[in-house]
Design a protein around this ligand. Structure first.
Ligand SMILES: [Zn+2]
Length: 326
């Protein structure tokens, strides 16, 4: 048995209980980490659990790749390309006829595609992100004046009961204190307010067989790992009721495998998704044709992915709608 780089803590940094921890794996890059699972909350966390160096992290947020294609004309189509945003758009929150005047805050808004769509739906849309380049892009290119550079803890702590809806797509796995994050989000929600969260599902396909396949799911990007049970329990213990919960079909995974296979057959094996969207569009396909092709491929691959899902192979993400308990 491999010995951990860092010893187990006496108290869970996530739920603050001491219920025993199981060591999962070590990870080494420019620093070293150990992954533990808490016996009480079932959340997996890396030690040391610290916020990454802001500068390095900011550089790594890939928004430049979208720069050329992300315009007001394309924002909705690009937003619809994200599985988590599609869950929102296909659900009752987007179909709400009374969005006018409702305040929505998107935490980790990035370049603002989702915020743009939320504003189109009628919401008074606000967004925060620590990446000043992404926020500047959202403001200048998409005209999103509600987007600002802010630290989530500072921003939320000064805005009690302000929002009808808070969305945090792929955020919780990055924050060093998810409990404080959920508590603040709850405080910032109005009566019966809704919190939408999406995050990688650690129970996905190879995650259970060989977690090292997904090189993106490691520190310093990701500090915690969640599965449906731990995410629901954690939110419910902090004053939320689960209203909807969805797990992704392994469509992207399947497409990635097809691309790999095609690369091997054609003698040009390449890493999955090596090119950015704008490079692909620049490659002569054009934006609308690219979107159409993508939609057809996703629909066709949905069938085998659905079969795999039934066999227990889950996709990358999960999506939850929580409502603030009275
Ligand atoms: Zn815990």
């Amino acid at each position: 048995m491999l010995s951990p780089y860092h010893p187990a803590p006496s108290e869970c940094p996530i739920c603050k209980q001491s219920a025993g921890f199981s060591f999962k794996e070590n990870f080494k890059s420019d620093s070293s980490w150990s992954l533990y699972e808490c016996g009480a909350c079932a959340v997996q966390f890396w030690l040391p659990l610290v916020l990454p160096q802001g500068v390095t992290y900011e550089e790594e947020v890939a928004y430049q790749g979208k720069g050329e294609v992300l315009t007001k004309d394309h924002a909705r189509a690009i937003a619809e390309g994200y599985w988590n945003v599609r869950q929102f758009l296909q659900g009752p929150l987007a179909a709400d006829p009374n969005t006018k005047g409702k305040k929505l805050l998107d935490i980790g808004c990035g370049t603002g595609e989702f915020l743009f769509v939320a504003r189109e739906l009628g919401y008074s849309a606000y967004g925060i992100d620590f990446n000043r380049h992404a926020v500047a892009f959202a403001r200048e290119r998409l005209g999103l004046e509600g987007a600002t550079v802010a630290d989530v803890y500072e921003y939320l702590s000064t805005r009690p009961r302000q929002y009808d809806l808070i969305t945090a797509f792929e955020v919780i796995e990055h924050v060093p204190d998810p409990g404080a994050f959920l508590d603040l989000a709850r405080e910032s929600l109005a009566h019966n307010g809704i919190l939408v969260i999406s995050t990688p599902n650690r129970d996905r396909y190879w995650g259970r067989i060989d977690p090292k396949v997904d090189t993106w799911d490691y520190p310093y990007q990701h500090l915690t790992r969640w599965n449906p049970k731990s995410l629901k329990n954690f939110a419910e213990r902090r004053g939320f009721v689960t209203r909807a919960f969805r797990r992704e079909l392994p469509v992207e995974w399947f497409i990635g495998k097809l691309k790999q296979a095609a690369g091997i057959i054609m003698g040009k094996p390449r890493p999955h998704d090596a090119r950015t969207v704008s490079e692909r569009v620049r490659g002569g396909v054009g934006f609308s044709r690219y979107q159409l092709i993508k939609r057809v491929v996703v629909a066709l691959c949905g069938i085998p992915a659905g079969v795999l899902f039934l066999l227990g192979f889950e996709g990358i993400h999960m999506y939850a709608v929580f409502q603030k308990k009275r």
